[in-house]
Ligand binder design. Structure first.
Ligand code: TXA
Ligand code: MG
Length: 309
């Protein structure tokens, strides 16, 4: 399967593949035409840059002009893994990948299937999440097929993705700025590089990280953030509840993210549970807020976006 997928990529076709975070929709990063097809398949506005995935330092060097010492330190600590660094791009990276920016978002995934695919094509692969623009991110091959259907040429199915939320995105220069909270907790990054600035939520300068657009990651069903036990019983019927540790009575459907209170389990199940509640039979989804530290930061970020719709 990996060999076939690599062959398709070389022909400029689109391949969805698992990473440790979510499924990505890939094309060879130097193939501008193929990358254009990603935007088409996702119905993604062309001002939203795509993350480039690399397997080793040699691939990284083809994409990134220069590694500041801070980036090197982060790479040594966290790669392969769910950290995307925004760095200065080389001239080889087509404009369409970076949406015209001089920077490129790059990461080295740790998922064995992603790594095998990258090694097999021996080229960097540009891949946003493998879902239609603005909709829920895919943590299973079925999610990809449901969202993109025949607009994707091949899906490598490796079961559910282990982390379940997207990578943390960090701009490195001139100083570290968190562009998107994600699967690598901010606290772990700060333990290595010191304090990190958080990009303000309503940053509307030229999109520093358009993944930050409001109403991204949204289910079709309206969603609000609220404690279910504070919602009047009459309002619960017909609605769904996304709980953290414990369900609440009276809802038509309930999903519990982590019965044991484990935040990494909650993150891993977040999109999965939202997909399950978003089948069209519920009038509304109430999502319980979680504590905003560690992975809770990424979870609340995704829930707020989903609620902003
Ligand atoms: O975990 C992940 O990051 C997954 C897997 C497939 O790797 N990918 C992912 O890609 O979430 P996507 O396209 O859904 O989100 C990528 C975000 C873009 O929305 C954009 O905001 C940011 O990365 N990004 C990419 N390049 C950038 C750049 N040069 N400057 C600022 N932000 C950038
Ligand atoms: Mg996405």
């Amino acid at each position: 399967g990996i060999r076939q997928a690599a062959a398709l990529l070389r022909q400029g076709r689109l391949v969805a593949f698992p990473t440790e975070t979510v499924y990505g929709l890939g094309a060879i990063a130097f193939d501008a035409l193929a990358v254009a097809r990603i935007f088409e398949a996702k119905r993604r506005p062309s001002f939203d840059p795509v993350i480039v995935h690399v397997a080793d330092d040699a691939m990284l060097a083809r994409v990134v002009r220069e590694l500041p010492p801070l980036a090197r330190r982060l790479i040594d600590h966290f790669w392969p893994g769910p950290l995307t660094l925004v760095l200065e791009r080389t001239d080889d990276v087509p404009r369409i990948v970076t949406a015209g920016l001089d920077s490129v978002g790059v990461r080295m995934p740790s998922h064995p299937v992603a790594r095998a695919l990258l090694r097999e094509v021996s080229a960097p692969v540009a891949a946003p999440s493998a879902n239609a623009f603005g909709s829920l991110s895919p943590t299973r091959a079925e999610h990809v097929v449901r969202s993109l259907g025949s607009r994707v040429d091949c899906v490598l199915d490796a079961g559910p993705t282990p982390l379940g939320v997207e990578s943390t995105i960090l701009q490195v220069l001139p100083h570290p700025v968190l562009l998107r909270p994600g699967a690598l907790p901010l606290e772990e990054i700060e333990a290595v590089v010191g304090p990190v600035e958080r990009a303000s939520r309503n940053d509307d300068e030229a999109p520093r990280s358009p993944g930050r657009l409001e109403h991204h990651y949204a289910p079709q069903t309206p969603l609000r953030i609220t404690h279910g036990d504070r919602v009047p019983l009459a309002e619960r019927s017909g609605a769904g509840y996304l709980a953290f540790e414990r369900g609440v009575e009276g809802y038509a459907a309930v999903r519990v993210l982590a019965p044991d209170g484990d935040m990494s389990r909650a993150a891993a199940r977040l999109f999965e549970c939202l997909h399950e509640l978003d089948t069209g039979s519920l009038s509304r989804i109430d999502a319980e807020p979680v504590v905003e530290s560690g992975l809770g930061l990424a979870i609340m970020d995704r829930l707020r976006r989903a609620a902003a719709r």
